[in-house]
Design a binder for this molecule. Structure first.
Ligand SMILES: C[S@@+](CC[C@H](N)C(=O)[O-])C[C@H]1O[C@@H](n2cnc3c(N)ncnc32)[C@H](O)[C@@H]1O
Length: 300
């Protein structure tokens, strides 16, 4: 995963400037007769002054339009969606979602100047009935209504945001990030547009914990699942026999795995399970050789 990005270049530049400032100060203090004048910053409006005083987690750098287009394509945004752009800048992502895909959108940005720009851009694009821009900290936003989320933040900010995304977004919600990944939460898809990386994750349902079901032969199975983002492993028991759950995958609310005898890494698959989680139960099919059976698993 490529570490370079326009955003990182911007951050690199600002840390170089800070370092130069520090060096100049230490030279000045070596000479007792140096007089220094510090220019007062000039602001043209209250908004500019407020903007300068804000503590941002990420500087403002807009996503190129062709990358915006690909982000929305990768998330399969449609007219049924409510797209949240966290750190929305001039509003281009939610405005494009509205204009090209007929979606509704919410942009959240901590900087009032960006919110003003975004509202102006929404008016120019004729989509004020579909989009809303809210000034605030993205970490305080309620994401429960979002059906797609877009990000152009930093990796460290993505990592801080990750638990909130997993807790608040519904299973199956696409999250798309320009240039920065989510650490151990591996992307479900990745695209490259010019110099930009785009990562896609589908929020997985939560399947961690204890489950019970009947296998294809009608025996009662008691299983414990350990989830790691969109993958899982597990152990199971039936009639005193021990089994492992292998190749566990979660795609939104869709759950699948293989059941094998425990204690043998190369053990053949006894049963394949595939189903959908809703209201604390998984319903689907079990395939054992050429036999099929209904599968209903209940969370303890
Ligand atoms: C890299 S820009 C991305 C802008 C836009 N999403 C795009 O892709 O064109 C990041 C934006 O996040 C905003 N931001 C930084 N920290 C924030 C925070 N804690 N809450 C909300 N917005 C924040 C900045 O003001 C900036 O506009």
């Amino acid at each position: 995963m490529r570490p370079s990005s326009t955003l990182l270049l911007v951050l690199g530049l600002s840390s170089t400037l800070t370092a130069c400032g520090g060096e100049a100060r230490s030279q000045a203090s070596a000479s007792p007769v140096v007089e220094t004048t510090v220019a007062e910053p000039q602001y043209e409006s209250i908004e500019q002054f407020e903007s300068a005083a804000i503590k941002r987690d990420v500087p403002y750098v807009p996503t190129p339009q062709e990358t915006v287009d690909e982000m929305l394509r990768l998330a399969q945004v449609s007219r049924d969606d409510l797209v949240y752009d966290l750190g929305s800048g001039d509003g281009r992502i939610v405005i494009t979602a509205a204009k090209k895909h007929g979606a509704r959108g919410v942009g959240i940005d901590i900087d009032p100047t960006r919110i003003e720009e975004a509202n102006e851009n929404a008016r120019t694009a004729g989509v004020t009935d579909k989009v809303k821009f809210v000034q605030g900290d993205l970490f305080n936003a309620d994401l429960g209504q979002a059906t797609a989320v877009t990000l152009y933040l930093l990796r460290s900010v993505n990592l801080r945001l990750r638990p909130k995304l997993l807790a608040e977004l519904r299973p199956g919600t696409p999250v798309v990030s320009h240039d920065f990944d989510m650490g151990e939460w591996a992307p479900d898809d990745h695209k490259r547009v010019g110099d930009d990386d785009i990562y896609l994750w589908i929020v997985p349902a939560k399947v961690d914990g204890n489950w019970q079901w009947k296998d294809a032969a009608g025996r009662s199975i008691v299983a414990t699942i350990e989830q790691e983002f969109q993958t899982f492993t597990g152990t199971a028991r039936a009639d005193g026999d021990r089994y492992n759950l292998r190749n566990g995958r979660i795609n939104g609310a869709e759950v699948s795995f293989e059941l094998v005898r425990a204690g043998d890494e190369t053990a053949p698959v006894l049963e394949r399970y595939a189903g959908k989680l809703a209201n604390g139960a998984i319903q689907g099919r079990i395939t054992a050789g050429n036999r099929q059976a209904a599968w209903l698993a209940k969370h303890d």
